[in-house]
Design a protein around this ligand. Structure first.
Ligand SMILES: Cc1cc2nc3c(=O)[nH]c(=O)nc-3n(C[C@H](O)[C@H](O)[C@H](O)COP(=O)(O)OP(=O)(O)OC[C@H]3O[C@@H](n4cnc5c(N)ncnc54)[C@H](O)[C@@H]3O)c2cc1C
Length: 290
């Protein structure tokens, strides 16, 4: 419940937003689409700073990659031809599952990351895309890899700062690539019980050059499954390897049980979704599974 709010600000520049937040000595809070904040209780907040008029809703090329402003909405991501064409469209696909269309019209990519839910759907996709985030305070800007951004449930490196941009670097060139986003929820647009994202690249002989795997809702933060990734690198794909990769993921995750699913079910499904994701990547990359 936000029942102690005295002011609602809608600044027009990042500088003004930072000035307002700095003046509040911790009593101000950023609001973007408000789809997460509206479900949270915070009686210490005295004023809200709406960041949706800062000009941060862009999606544009940046070098050979992309720069996405923090207030780009899920609807904008799912509708963007550039994002639909990027990496098999997995970011557009993840965005398209973030709740109802009403929710997606409001929900922002910055809010999805800073809210730092272990189940945040764009987070796992951006992890496999090796994305970075740009955060800013009155003292300056810094760019950090998304893999270092999540510190715990609802705790991120953006605490006290404004996340202004998500940077997706150029995708690796050469070889054949495949990408996948898999989500298991009560319905397709419900919050994930378990989610998985994957990317891989194979050479002309079908040997995997690199693989990236990320899982959601199975640990305190969205996570990269590095042990499972290293099992795939340098190998030809067969059913036995696929099984071992699924088992490695089940070892790496740290799920909890809650109202939506038991820890055991989440662990089991993390293996299942990983195998599905790797199969989809292999099919896209034209890699046969022996
Ligand atoms: C019905 C419903 C269904 C949903 N389904 C899904 C789903 O399927 N998958 C999913 O991933 N999420 C889902 N969500 C969660 C939510 O919609 C997303 O996490 C959304 O992207 C949050 O963005 P927002 O702009 O609404 O954030 P807000 O609610 O405005 O903010 C969330 C938090 O981030 C902070 N914040 C926001 N932007 C910034 C910024 N740029 N810099 C610093 N701090 C910032 C705010 O202070 C707040 O603490 C659902 C929510 C609802 C209500």
């Amino acid at each position: 419940m936000f029942d102690q709010i005295e002011c609602f600000y809608r600044p027009g520049t990042v500088r003004e937003a930072l000035r307002l937040l700095g003046r509040g000595r911790g009593r101000g809070r950023i609001v973007a689409g408000a789809t997460d904040i509206v479900t949270q209780a915070d009686r210490s907040t005295r004023f809200l700073v709406d960041i949706t008029h800062l000009g941060l809703d862009y999606i544009r090329r940046s070098g050979k990659g992309y720069a996405i402003g923090a207030t780009a909405t899920m609807a904008a991501l799912e509708d963007s031809p550039a994002i639909r064409a990027l990496a098999g469209g997995i970011l557009a696909k993840a965005a398209s599952t973030c709740g109802s269309i009403q929710n997606r019209n409001m929900a922002t990519v910055g809010g999805n990351l800073v809210n730092a839910s272990p189940a945040a759907d764009t987070a796992i996709v951006l992890l496999v895309l090796d994305a970075l985030v740009v955060i800013t305070t009155a003292r300056g800007r810094r760019k950090i890899p998304l893999s270092q951004f999540f510190l715990g449930p609802h705790n991120s490196a953006a605490a006290g700062a404004l996340l202004v941009e998500v940077v997706i670097p150029a995708l690796p060139r050469g070889g054949r690539t495949g990408w996948s986003f898999q989500k298991l929820g009560r319905t397709e647009t419900d919050i994930s019980l378990v989610s998985a994202a994957a990317g891989l690249q194979a050479d002309s002989k079908g040997t995997i050059k690199w693989a990236r795997l990320a899982l959601g809702a199975v640990g305190p933060t969205p996570l990269r499954a590095r042990n499972a990734e290293s099992l795939l690198a340098g190998k030809q794909l067969d059913e036995d390897l696929l099984k071992r990769v699924g088992e490695a993921v089940m070892q790496e995750v740290r799920p909890i049980g809650d109202i939506r699913a038991s820890a055991e079910y989440r662990r089991e499904m993390s293996g299942v979704l990983t195998r599905r994701a790797v199969r989809e990547c292999a099919a896209q990359a034209g890699v046969a599974i022996a």
